[in-house]
Structure formats: structure tokens, C-alpha cells
Design a binder for this molecule. Sequence first.
Ligand SMILES: Cc1cc2nc3c(=O)[nH]c(=O)nc-3n(C[C@H](O)[C@H](O)[C@H](O)COP(=O)(O)O)c2cc1C
Length: 349
Amino acid sequence: MKRILPSESDFPANGSDLEKLRFLVEYAVLAPSSHNSQPWLFITHDHNLALHADRTRGLPVVDPHDRELVISCGCALFNLRVAAAHFGVPLHIVRNPDDHEDRLANLSIDLQAGRHDTLAELFVEMPRRVTNRFPYQPGSVSADDLHALAELCAAHGVTLRSYTDDASRHAIAERIAEADKQQMASHAFRRELAGWLHHNRSGSLDGMPGYVFGFSELASLAAPLVVRTFDLGEGQAARDRELAEHSPALCILSTNADHHLDWIRTGEALQHLLLEATRRGLAAGFMNQPIEIDRLRQDLAQHVGARFPQVLLRLGKPTREAKATARRPADAVTIDAGLHENYRAFQGF
Ligand SMILES: Cc1cc2nc3c(=O)[nH]c(=O)nc-3n(C[C@H](O)[C@H](O)[C@H](O)COP(=O)(O)O)c2cc1C
């Protein structure tokens, strides 16, 4: 499925605030999200835009508290900020307004708002960034890379810990393998995952085509049925252990608290890290499994001395290019506030 990218020349430079904000959504949707569920909704109200969590796209088995769902929305918010910086749109953002359960941020154009020119440098990386699940070249991440990435996470209030030595990578890889076995042994987990797996030529605008895992055409056709039916945990654990132990760096993002605002900030830090890594020629792959199981999350937290681990990544120069996945277009995820109220009433919220 070829991804349709926004065209810069369509930016409505002479348009209204709302037209500009709506245009920026075209870049927000390029963000990563768990299972490519794209759990975001942009609601327009007067001249403003609000980012909402679309909990109808939640993953109740792997992400029962919608933690990764909100992190994914934080990634979309960061993309929107990068696009705003590129087009010279001064953005005023209020995160977690009124502690609203679904509304994660209010966005408006405010000429008094500070400019973030450095973010504009990351604009070209947004369409280039993809999750890469293939092996990485040994030793391909420098101490300078890791230092720079940690600094930019810290600016979002998020701590980045990186591990490059054998003993640390082995200890984390063991936890990833244990989590794989536990998750794959669960029929509910496998059924949920299978629902987001698609064959390579599927026209689906969300979920994951088999090619992201390196599956052939035929394997991608069989994948949803195989995943749903068989517990392939041992094989998955062995593959992930190998990948993790041989990744140039394993990185853990963590926060000091575990509320909505921490998850939004984690998403922004994560996307900042991913775009900067792309700029440096590095790829990233997610190994969140041990953070998705409460007991293993606590164990990992104790092991690395973090309060609340949020995301576990591997980083390095890839041995093989990864292809992009599809997205729902901005129009499909942007609605008017009046319509949203009708929709909620209709759904019985
Ligand atoms: C919060 C979050 C958690 C994720 N967890 C995993 C994971 O555990 N395993 C994995 O292979 N990919 C994971 N991903 C990557 C998504 O599957 C990926 O972003 C999505 O399929 C879209 O593909 P793209 O990143 O190449 O654009 C995660 C992404 C996010 C934002």
C-alpha cells in the first residue's frame, strides 16, 4: 500500500487559523502507534483544534489502561509541532486541559507563542521515519548519539537510559523473551494481534502488513490465522532475544509518574527521539513486551532503577530497509465539535 504524503505547496498560507491547523494534521497522522491503530481524533471548535484519544481504537488486551494509546497520541502531537515549526505557525498548546479524560491537548495559533525553529529541522524526517524490525549493524550507535538523544528526552521531562554492554543487553533480552512467551500463550492477546495483521497487498489504511515482519506474500496471507491459532511464543522469544542481545543499543524511556500527562510527554519525547535518530541514519524498533505486563514492568523498573518504564527500543543502523505502512488520511480523523457531540450522543457516551 503506497502511503499518500501531504504536499507542502498545499499549505494554506493565506487561510484561516483553522485551515492551517487542519493542514498540520496531515503530518500528525504520520506518527507511529501501537499496532498502527492510529488512535487519534482531531476535533475542531471555532478557531481551535483539540487532540483527542480515540478509545474506540484501543487494544484492551495488550494495553488495558490505554497507556500506549495515549503515548501514540503524544507522538502525533509532536509531529504536528514539527510541521507547525516548519510552516512558521506559532502554536499554543495546553496539554491535558481540565484533566479531561479524552481530550489530550488544546491547540491554537497564538502570535505570542514562542517559535521552535530547531524542530523545523526534523520536518524532512517525518515521512522517512519507519519502525525497522530487522537486525542492526553491530556497534553502529555512538556514545555521542545516545548522549544527544538523552538530552532531548530530558527536555520533555522523560529519562532515557541506554545499554550497550553485553551483560545489560542480556539481562533485558531475557525479560523480553519471558514477556513474549507470556503474551503469546494468551489466546486473547493473539486474537487481538491477529486482528491488526494484514496481507502484503491489503488496501487497509491501518494495522500492519506482513512485509513489516519480512513476510513473503504467501506468509502474509496466512499470518493472521497462524497467529490466532498457534502459540508461537518459544520461537518469538528466541528471535527477539537474539535481536535484543545483538542490537547496538537498548534504550528505555521512563517517567517519574504514570498519569495522562506523563504518557503524552513520553509520546512527544519518543517521536522527538525517533526523528532525531532518523536524521542520524539510525533505525529504531520497539520491544515493549516486558513493559506491557504489570509484574515484568515492575521487575524491569527495579532492575534499571527507573520509576515507570514507558517504552523499550532498540537502536542502530539497519541491515535492511523497512517499508512504510498506510495511514488514514487527515480528513478521516478530523471532525467538527458539533458532529462529535452528536456522535457521542449516538454512541451513548
Ligand atoms: C507506543 C507504541 C508501542 C509500540 N509497540 C510495539 C511493539 O511492542 N512491537 C513492535 O513491533 N512495534 C511496536 N510499535 C510500532 C508500531 O507497530 C508502528 O509504529 C506501526 O505499525 C506503524 O508503523 P511505522 O512506525 O513504521 O510507521 C509501537 C509503537 C508505539 C507508538
